[in-house]
Design a protein around this ligand. Structure first.
Ligand code: NAD
Ligand code: AHE
Ligand code: ZN
Ligand code: ZN
Length: 379
């Protein structure tokens, strides 16, 4: 039955309130308006940022909403004026848009795009400042411009990357967030050179992707740091060469690392979202040139600090969003790299479940064994 131009009623996991279990609801998804695309989401993964917003600590978290931003699907229909994708295209929704025309996109200095960011930050579509999701007339907010915990979602056309239809959607959904973030933090943000010494704080999906990226960049030592030593064995397969558990040391972790590396590392990456660790990650960098990249998302109200002398003496503090990748143009290239076996993706998937099990999937994320859980949206 043709659905184009019609409201679609489908299943979605709705976050009615912070921290309350998500509820699988029948939601109405309005047709895409001009410049919008309605996507049938086939697979979505869960990212810790979904859990962060769900917790109520995200100042941009609005309820009720449909969370989710790491997914893959097929275009169901497009609104007026949309030319770069059409019905049937395989796509990855991109929470970081790329319009190619705004001040940010044209700067050549950042992957951030300004075109729809104001609207996506308040859970609505740009054209009319309204949501396309509702339940019996009650409006439900979008999230990150993606809302992939729904069988159908509406995104801005600048927030969708067309990919090779050969790629398995149940795998490449991960290229919507965590894996590119870690790889790009190394390749685009830090620009790690061959021979560098790298420290990675936090060995979840993002930290492991940093390790993988650092290995590919030719780093000579990749030091993995985690408070859960069970993470270490697996991290070897992603490129980490040595490991430190801060709990096993009396000295501050930055001092331990400085002592082990003749003055500090060339590059460090904080992949946790803990502001004390962010400080340690900066301070374990080598005087004169060491660069630390903040990748983890810290809650509202948290602040970073260090002695300014750390920066005066040449250390550099940076951050990265989506690893600095330009989403619409570079996500398809990452999919191609996966198809050529140049980057890992399958290895980050530890669990496969269904949309109905989404609350169990969130529980699993606290399990030390869990990296990414992929949900099949139509089982
Ligand atoms: N900047 C971006 O674009 C971007 C994109 C994706 C995710 N993120 C953020 O990156 C962070 C990591 O995501 P993830 O999915 O890998 O999370 P994760 O929870 O799987 O991994 C975090 C790891 O840190 C370890 N850890 C916790 N506290 C620690 C401490 N004090 N010292 C050392 N290790 C510690 C945990 O044991 C775990 O292994 C999250 O904050 C997420 O929101 C940011
Ligand atoms: N709304 C949050 C912002 C959280 C944040 O920093 N998000 C990252 C992506 S995390 C993906 O898992 C990001 O890319 N930010 C840039 C942007 O949102 O444009 C808060 O305010 O704390
Ligand atoms: Zn994410
Ligand atoms: Zn732009």
């Amino acid at each position: 039955m043709a659905t184009q131009g019609q409201v679609i009623t489908c299943k979605a996991a709705v976050a009615w309130e912070p921290n309350k279990p998500l509820v699988i609801e029948d939601v109405q998804v309005a047709p895409p308006q001009a410049g919008e695309v309605r996507v049938k989401i086939l697979y979505t993964a869960l990212c810790h940022t979904d859990a962060y917003t769900w917790s109520g600590k995200d100042p941009e978290g609005l309820f009720p909403c449909v969370l989710g931003h790491e997914a893959a699907g097929i275009v169901e229909s497009v609104g007026e004026g949309v030319t770069h994708v059409q019905r049937g295209d395989h796509v990855i929704p991109c929470y970081q848009a790329e319009c190619g025309e705004c001040k940010f996109c044209k700067s050549g200095k950042t992957n951030l795009c300004g075109k729809v960011r104001a609207a996506t930050g308040v859970g609505v579509m740009m054209s009319d400042h309204k949501s396309r999701f509702s339940i019996n007339g009650k409006s439900i907010y979008h999230f990150m411009g993606t809302s992939t915990f729904s069988q159908y979602t509406v995104v801005h056309d600048v927030s969708v990357a067309k990919i090779d239809p050969v790629a398995p959607l149940e795998k490449v959904c991960l290229l919507g967030c965590g894996v590119p973030t870690g790889l790009g933090a190394v390749w685009n943000t830090a620009k790690v050179e061959p021979g560098s010494i790298v420290a990675v704080f936090g060995l979840g999906t993002v930290g492991l992707a940093v390790a993988e990226g650092a290995k590919a960049a030719g780093a000579s030592r990749i030091i993995g740091i985690d408070i859960d030593s069970k993470k270490f064995d697996r991290a070897k397969n992603f490129g980490a060469t040595e490991f430190i558990n801060p709990k096993e040391h009396e000295k501050p972790i930055q001092q331990v690392i400085v002592d082990l590396t003749d003055g500090g590392v060339d590059y460090s990456f904080e992949c946790i979202g803990n502001v004390s660790v962010m400080r340690a990650a900066l301070e374990c960098c080598h005087k004169g040139w060491g660069t630390s990249v903040i990748v983890g998302v810290a809650a509202s109200g948290q602040e970073i600090s260090t002695r300014p002398f750390q920066l005066v003496t040449g250390r550099v503090w940076k951050g990265t969003a989506f690893g600095g990748f330009k989403s619409r143009s570079q996500v398809p290239l990452l999919v191609d790299k996966y198809l050529k076996k140049e980057i890992k993706v399958d290895e980050y998937i530890t669990h496969n479940m269904t949309l109905t099990d989404i609350n169990k999937a969130f529980d699993l994320m606290h399990d030390g064994e869990c990296l990414r859980v992929v949900l099949d949206m139509f089982v």
